[in-house]
Design a protein around this ligand. Sequence first.
Ligand code: TYM
Length: 329
Amino acid sequence: RKRILSGIQPTGTFTLGNYIGAVRNWAKLQDEFDCLYMVADLHALTVRQVPAELRRHTREAAAMLLAAGIDPKQSLLFVQSHVPAHTQLNWIFCCNSQFGELSRMTQFKDKSAKHPDNVNGGLFTYPALMAADILIYNADLVPVGQDQTQHLELARNIAQRFNNAYSPTFTLPEGYVTKEGAKIMSLAEPTRKMSKSDTNQNSFVLMTDDKDAILRKFKRAVTDSEGVVRYAPAEKPGVSNLMCIYNVFTGKEMAEIEREFEGKGYGDFKQAVGETVADALAPIQGEYNRILADTAYVDGILTEGAAGASRLADRMIQKVYKKVGLLQL
Ligand code: TYM
């Protein structure tokens, strides 16, 4: 069976963008593939974190993944820092990636512009760690949103380079990026991606938002003055983004959505999108609260996940250490 790995940072509660772009697909892939899903706590350290909050967010992330349908009987769910081999391979990859290629990463450029006071080494070498996350398991497929595809391309380059320099070692991973919802935009500024680090609370929907908050945020979503529900991402980014979200949860095609709201105002449309999202999130929220209340259960799953992942990862790091010439006794 083909293998899947993906990860998410515990930098706060997940947004609707995280869910639509990535997590929603993770659960679906479990029947067909061997899946490893990871809370990327080490990646979160590239921006300053309050220690107690990072710990809390890490458990919450695990609980949310379980609530969103990750089945610990089928898949390995673990925390990145619990599998030290990721960090070990990261070093090897840091020494096999170039300043130039890391400098070209758009996320590095964006984040260093946003936090000029903390352009740290980890932020710069982040894609090498992400490559290690993927390649240490020889993952075939990586389900991510569009913003991670450049990092994935770098992982392929690192794998290929290593294979050429030493001997065939790593599988070249493919991205699994869905056509719909690979980039959910901010509700306040629909030309930017929806992000939990946005300072404007109305720009994103959180997975834990209650119905009132969800309806309110969609009601305030920025659209345009045309007043026609029509799919045209370049011209009408706000409306098109809402249509995209509606499409994901209803399965209705764009033309069908256009017909449904023909002659109706944006008010009706936004209300319908808000209701649909709230209804879709309600059962996940119920599960989330139930699971999160049982810390021992969550920790038990993460302990097992880390053990399972470590078995695979430790074998690979030994192989790599040997290939690059580190002395083994
Ligand atoms: P992170 O935590 O920023 O996001 C987790 C996943 O959510 C997707 N995503 C979105 N998709 C659609 N629309 C949006 N607005 C949106 N915002 C976020 C992301 O593309 C991602 O798939 N570096 C990764 C975590 C990571 C990882 C890995 C992923 C660490 N190691 C190995 C895959 C494989 C990150 O920061 O994702």
